[in-house]
Design a binder for this molecule. Sequence first.
Ligand SMILES: [Zn+2]
Length: 447
Amino acid sequence: MNSYCSAGLSRILIDRRDGFRMKVLKAADRLQAADRLSRDFIHAQQGAALAALLEHARDTVPAWRDRIKGPEHIEGADAYHVLQDIPVLSKEELKENMARFLSSVSGGAVDNATGGSSGIPLRFKVDRMRQIAGEAAHIWGNSMTGWKYGDRLAMLWGSDQDVREALADARRALRCWIENIRWYNAFDMGEDRMAEYHRAMTRFRPHLMVAYAGSAYAYADYLRHRQIVPDYPLKGIVTSAEVLTDDMRKTIESVFQKPVYDRYGSREFGPVAAECSAQSGMHINEMDCVLEIQSDDPCSIPGPILITYLRNYAMPFIRYDTGDLGVFMPEEECACGRKTRRLARVIGRQSDIITTASGRQIHGEWFTHLMYGLEGIRQFQLIQETRFQYRLVLVADWHTASRHENMLREKILNAVGPESIVNFEYVQHIYPMPSGKHRFTVSMVGR
Ligand SMILES: [Zn+2]
C-alpha cells in the first residue's frame, strides 16, 4: 500500500480506543518539534517533567519514599540536583524488590518484560502514558531517517514476544497490513528463509528496514555472496539492540546502497537515542529520558549509562543502571540542526566475564579490543568451553584472518594462562542470543 493510504487508514482505524493513536501522533509531533528548539527550552521541559516524576515517585512509590530528598515541592530548575543525590538503581535490586517499586496509583498498568541482555530477565509494569510515549518514540526515531508516518517498514526482528503476537493474532496481521509493517523472523535466518525474505521484501519494497545489527549484517552478507543487488529499502536501514561495528556498517551500506542509522534503546524505555541523517552520533530522546553517563569525562571515557525515564508513572525508573556503557558527543550542535545531546557510542555489556584457571577475571570487552583493526574479521565470539579450553569463532575471510591466528593465540594465552588451548573456527554467521543480542564472549564454565 502506498504511504499516503497507510497513514490515512492508520489514523482512522488503528487504536481508536480513547483516542490512543491520535495521542501517539501528537506526542511524536511534539518530540520531533522539541528536538529543534533551543537547549534552554529542552532543558526547561525536561527539568519540569523530572521534578514532577520525582515528586510522584516520592509520594506514591514505597522504594523511593526515603531515597528522594529535596524540598516538598521540587522546582524544575532544582530537579537535577535532587536527582544527583539519589543512589543508582541496579537491575538486581529492582528485580528483588519489584513490589516496592510499584506506584500505589498504578491503575491500568500492564506487564512487560525484557529478555535481559545482561543476563537478568526483568518483569516490569508500564502504564498508558508509557505506551503512548513508547510508540511515539518509535515514530520519532524512524523519522530521523527521512521515514514518514505511513511509509513501508520491514522488521527483520525476532523478539519471540513480538513475533508471536504478530503472527498468531489475525487482527494484528490486519493491523500490520494497514500500518504497512511486515515482520521477518530474525531468529530463523537459514539460507532458505533468507531467500524467502528477499523475495517478500522485493515485492513489499520497504522504505525502511529495521533489524538487529547482526541480523542486518547476516542478511547483507547473504545477498552479497549471491551477488544479489536488492532494490530496497528505499530510504535506509535502522540497526538496533546490539553493537554495530564499522565493518558491519560498511558491509550493510555497500550491499543495500543506503545509509545505516544506528539506534539505542531497550524494552524498558523504547528508543532512547537515534542516529540522524548526519550520521554523527545518536540524538537522545530528552523529552522522555534523562540520560547520565557515570564517568569522570563522559565525552571520552565510557561509563555506565543511567536512565531516568520520565513517562512511566506506574513504575518510575530513576537513575537506572542499564548495564550498558556509553560516551557522549561533545556538546556541539549537530549538522542536522537538532539541539538534543548525542551519544557518540554505546558499548553494550553483552559479554560473559571469562574466569581463567588461575581465577583471573577478564571482561568480555577485552577481547573486542583484541580484534580492533584486524583486517578480514567481521564478527567474533570467544567461547570458553572448559577452564582450559577456548574456541574463537570467526565470521571472516579465512585467507586474510588466518594470518592473525598466531598473534591472537599468543595474546589470548598471555591473558588466560599458557596451559590453556585456543582453537579457531570459521563460520558463516554468528546468530544472536534468544534475547536478540550478540554476545562477544560466552563462558560455559559454571553454567
Ligand atoms: Zn543530527
